[in-house]
Design a protein around this ligand. Structure first.
Ligand SMILES: [Zn+2]
Length: 325
């Protein structure tokens, strides 16, 4: 009960970031970058084991933007020059110029690399079709639905490839789902295609947006688990879930990824106890609100150490209660 995990990304070192830039400028060969990415992945697997997390991630040391990374590996996309978004952040946006097609595995090699380093399960980590569509330009499709459903079929191929490679848990992130209320049904239709016939555990991560407008509709997403940021909203989501019960496993964010401050063990225990008022311990997975890539490495580690310590103490309390009753 109360399994611990993380949402997906970990901070990258300055060395790795500058290496990526050098490769783009033609000042470093890809093989050198690859060896740095592999070393960073090894480091993050070891760190997660030392912290004592139950379900690990590869840390996404080899990815840039979560939509662009997948677009670079699918047929039918080209990548724009730098586009400005979110204030002063710049990124390269995917452009669909032909029908989107999956022709080869995208994440399987990195999944396998990470899984070989540990006995613990490593999550397969994908970006969902709705978010891929919403974060891309489209110069090919007649409408957003056609674009989104083609992406869903492509991602379904990747899900099957990860399952065949031994992934026990596949997370298909859909952060954009809560940003356009009028398209929730489309996101649901697309997710159904992604996970069709899949036997392993599946989940999705949703963040930003107007959660109150898409809940409880998102409970129709065809996954076993929905992961949400609870801490950043000061647990306002619990009020909604109190009115309409959650019918899936929950990924329960107890660590704010936008704050430098490291939550104390006692604070995190309080947060978990609030969650336990509404969720069974076997269906409550404890994790940070979102990916930790924006934090300093030391902050990310300190937050996770306290998170795992808090979970261990709450598990003990729950065990004691079971013995008494
Ligand atoms: Zn997120």
């Amino acid at each position: 009960m109360l399994k611990t995990t993380t949402v997906g990304s970990f901070p990258k070192s300055e060395e790795l970031k500058s290496a990526r830039a050098k490769v783009r400028r033609g000042q470093m060969d890809r093989a050198h970058l690859r060896s740095l990415e592999e070393q960073a992945t090894r480091d993050w697997i070891r760190i997660q084991e030392e912290i004592g997390l139950d379900i690990l991630v590869d840390g996404e040391q080899y990815r840039g933007d979560m939509a662009t990374y997948f677009a670079e590996h699918l047929e039918g996309f080209t990548i724009s020059s730098l586009v400005r978004s979110y204030g002063n952040r710049y990124y390269r946006k995917p452009i669909a110029v032909e029908a989107i097609r999956w022709t080869r595995p995208i994440t399987v090699e990195w999944f396998t690399f990470a899984q070989k380093l540990t006995q613990k399960p490593v999550k397969g980590m994908l970006t969902g079709p709705y978010t891929m569509m919403d974060w891309s330009f489209d110069e090919n499709y007649p409408n957003r639905r056609a674009f989104c459903l083609d992406l869903a079929r492509a991602i379904h191929e990747e899900v099957k490839a990860l399952e065949a490679a031994g992934a026990k848990f596949i997370q298909i992130d859909e952060p954009a789902v809560s940003t356009r209320v009028e398209e929730v049904e489309l996101a649901i239709e697309a997710m159904k295609i992604c996970t069709k016939g899949v036997r392993v555990q599946t989940g999705t991560h949703i963040c930003y947006g107007d959660f109150e407008k898409v809940y409880p509709k998102i409970l129709n997403l065809a996954v076993d688990q929905i992961d949400l940021e609870f801490t950043n909203s000061n647990f306002a989501l619990l009020g909604l879930i109190r009115k309409v019960p959650f019918t899936k496993e929950v990924g329960f964010g107890v660590v704010d990824v936008h704050s430098h401050r490291v939550e104390t063990v006692e604070e995190i225990k309080q947060s978990i106890r609030r969650g336990l008022e509404l969720f069974e311990p076997s269906k409550l997975y404890v994790d940070p609100d979102c990916g930790l890539k924006t934090r300093l490495k030391e902050e990310a580690i300190a937050k996770l150490i306290n998170m795992v310590a808090a979970v261990r103490e709450v598990r003990k309390e729950l065990g004691a209660q079971t013995v008494r009753s």
